[in-house]
Design a protein around this ligand. Structure first.
Ligand code: AMP
Ligand code: ZN
Length: 397
């Protein structure tokens, strides 16, 4: 029986922040296996991996209160703008969680926490969505790109990523180019019972690269420190993305390693905003065709606690982010399967990407999470293609 800790938050957590605070409890302490915030926001329960001495419990309590204070104090409820609401579409009438069934059928297997191998059913379903996303990209004449999985630390620093999203970073390095270090590693490296690689601590080179958390950053980095070619750019790419969401990594809903298809716009403000809006309208037709139950509403990025309040207020005031939230009937909840984003001239300023008049370029992107798209579809229509919309069925057979 795991040890638990009940904590009364120093400030009541308003309903709109209950989920946000709960997701941050994953990062509070390695001793925490799970953290729940009561729906009323007046009680926090931590499930511990092992019993803690009272001193450590005090420090844990203090860290939890720090999360609550930074996120709740002075926060106001952002106005949620709903642009499309088709949540009551009947979809396929399926009501189970597809995750277990996918595992049972060998359509899904877990390699590590939040890291999955997808079988043929999921792969074909994702290919169907990918074809629709490519039609969207083509409708804008988007140029195709292939971006690397690694992303340079020095650029991530330039766009303030370390202060905004430190909690979910993933790092990539290699062995030091030193024969002694390589020899020692070769002899001593071994995984312990927890699957952790143990090796001499001086084996590794400094971190110059991370694993990409998003796709569009690569385009902006490639355009840095020069005038924007042709004054406007539309590009598309699919790529592996990494966000380590600690104990929140439970199913295809929340992965460490997932894939994203993006259509990316760089140019003057109106160009970016108009294209973002056109993209939304074009995607509404695709979702209508398959009868997906979803809603598009204003949202915010999962900024870390210190940055959270300020950034969320900013994103909300300028309507910078809308999410496509598909219904998950098995838990009467919604899941973000994609987003329509406008970054103003943030990347243009930070990366010195200039328009012909010398002003910083504006950027925006439409981003689809491929695994989540397939997962939400299966949650609504089930695993048997017989019950799928005909157009999806036909191209998968
Ligand atoms: P974002 O840039 O945060 O709007 O992400 C774009 C899309 O990527 C989201 O709408 C999700 O569909 C997907 N996504 C983001 N984080 C994850 C994750 N941890 N696991 C799976 N999909 C994700
Ligand atoms: Zn993007």
């Amino acid at each position: 029986m795991p040890d638990t800790m009940e904590i009364l938050p120093s400030l009541p957590i308003p309903a709109h922040l209950v989920g946000e605070v709960q997701s941050k409890l994953a990062y509070v302490d390695e001793a925490v296996a799970r953290g729940d915030v009561s729906p009323a926001g007046d009680q926090i329960t931590l499930y511990l991996r092992h019993p803690l001495e009272s001193e450590l419990r005090d420090s844990l309590q203090e860290k939890v209160q720090r999360v609550v204070t930074s996120m709740v104090k002075g926060a106001f409820r952002p106005k949620v703008l709903v642009l499309e609401d088709f949540l009551d579409r009947p979809a396929g009438g399926y009501t189970a969680d597809p995750h277990e069934e996918l595992l049972r059928r060998g359509e899904l297997s877990q390699e590590a926490n939040g890291v999955y191998v997808l079988g043929p059913l999921l792969t074909r379903l994702i290919a169907w969505f990918e074809a629709r996303f490519m039609e969207l990209a083509d409708s804008f004449g988007a140029a195709p790109y292939r971006f690397p999985t690694l992303i340079p630390a020095k650029y991530m620093e330039r766009v303030d990523y370390f202060s905004a999203f430190p909690h979910s970073l993933s790092f990539a390095t290699h062995l030091r180019t030193d024969l002694d270090a390589i020899d020692r590693f070769a002899q001593e490296a071994a995984c312990n019972h927890q699957g952790e690689l143990e090796a001499p601590s001086d084996s590794f080179a400094p971190f110059r690269t991370l694993l990409s958390p998003a796709v569009c950053y690569h385009l902006y980095f490639s355009l840095a420190d020069r005038p924007l070619p042709g004054g406007q750019v539309v590009a598309t790419a699919v790529g592996n993305c990494f966000r380590h969401e600690a104990i929140n990594l439970v199913s295809l809903e929340r992965m460490w390693n997932f894939t994203m298809r993006e259509v990316i716009f760089v140019g003057p403000k109106e160009f970016v905003l108009d294209n973002r809006e056109t993209a939304r309208q074009r995607m509404a037709k695709v979702f209508e065709e398959i009868g997906l139950a979803y809603r598009v509403e204003s949202a915010n990025d999962p900024f870390f606690i210190g940055e959270f309040r300020k950034q969320v207020a900013f994103q909300s005031a300028f309507q910078l982010k809308y999410e496509i939230r598909a219904r998950l009937p098995f838990k009467e909840a919604t899941l973000a399967v994609g987003s329509y984003n406008y970054h103003q001239d943030f990347f243009g300023r930070k990366l010195n990407i200039t328009l012909p008049d010398g002003s910083p370029a504006h950027t925006g992107c439409v981003a689809f999470g491929l695994e989540r798209m397939a997962y939400a579809f299966l949650a609504q229509f089930g695993l048997d293609p017989h019950y799928w919309p005909e157009t999806v069925q036909n191209s998968i057979a």
